[in-house]
Design a protein around this ligand. Structure first.
Ligand SMILES: [Zn+2]
Ligand SMILES: [Zn+2]
Length: 240
């Protein structure tokens, strides 16, 4: 991470953009190839919506996700600047806070992110702003794995906001943050992939592709990201 901070600004931004795009293509591309092409017939019975998204929908999902990657790489460039200047609660050696805290910190990130995500999502559904920002994501009523980052630019900025929240709120190690960010990409892709694979629901309060599919079809329910905790607490949970 430290060596990254030494390269010139533009090269660093380009490098970050390349990593983000490559990761997006890899994480969305593999389940797409598997579920929507190679094993399409086998998985059809667990497809949440019988119809398959059109090519033009997939093209739009990718186009808006690429815009999101441009915003994310710019934001991460800024966060690295803050890191370099020691503005955040970053620590360098795991033993400074110990291994148990290193592990707990990643759980904390997920819990903080789940609350952050629920409330910004509720905010974006407020009738005064919904049609200007979040409506774009809801145009994809039958989402595919490519849809996970298909956002209006303002939504991309809001969703990226979790990273500075974590960076300034709790002591964090580089590796913990990298694992957490990788987890976001995987989980966001998972809840958009459009299939109900029961074995991947491991606990009752887990937010699943089925829960998020309900949200894409009926935007009054299921605002959660990882868990259904906030939805159940706030009366916005609908199981099917
Ligand atoms: Zn969605
Ligand atoms: Zn929504």
């Amino acid at each position: 991470m430290e060596s990254l901070l030494e390269i010139s600004s533009f090269k660093l931004w380009l490098f970050l953009l390349g990593i983000l795009i490559a990761r997006y293509v890899f994480v969305a591309g593999i389940p797409y190839l598997w579920l929507y092409a190679i094993k399409k017939k086998k998985f059809q019975k667990v497809k949440l919506q019988t119809e398959h998204p059109s090519k033009s929908q997939i093209f739009k999902e990718i186009k808006f996700s690429l815009f999101t990657m441009i915003i994310y790489s710019s934001g991460i460039w800024l966060f690295l600047y803050w890191l370099k200047h020691g503005y955040t609660k970053n620590y360098v050696e795991i033993h400074e806070f110990g291994t148990p805290y290193f592990i707990v910190s990643m759980f904390l990130m997920v819990i903080i992110h789940d609350a952050y995500s629920y409330w910004i999502h509720r905010f974006m559904h407020h009738k005064s702003i919904f049609k200007y920002v979040h409506l774009l994501h809801h145009k994809f009523s039958n989402p595919s794995p490519w849809c996970a980052f298909a956002f209006h630019p303002f939504e991309s900025i809001l969703t990226l906001g979790i990273i500075p929240v974590v960076m300034f709120l709790i002591p964090w190690h580089n590796l913990a943050l990298i694992i957490f960010i990788s987890g976001i990409i995987l989980y966001d892709t998972f809840i958009h992939w459009g299939y109900n694979i029961k074995a991947l629901k491991v606990f009752k309060w887990q937010n699943t592709p089925m829960d998020h599919d309900v949200h894409h079809r009926n935007s009054k329910y299921n605002f959660g990201l990882y868990f259904t905790f906030w939805d159940r607490l706030m009366g916005t949970y609908l199981s099917k």
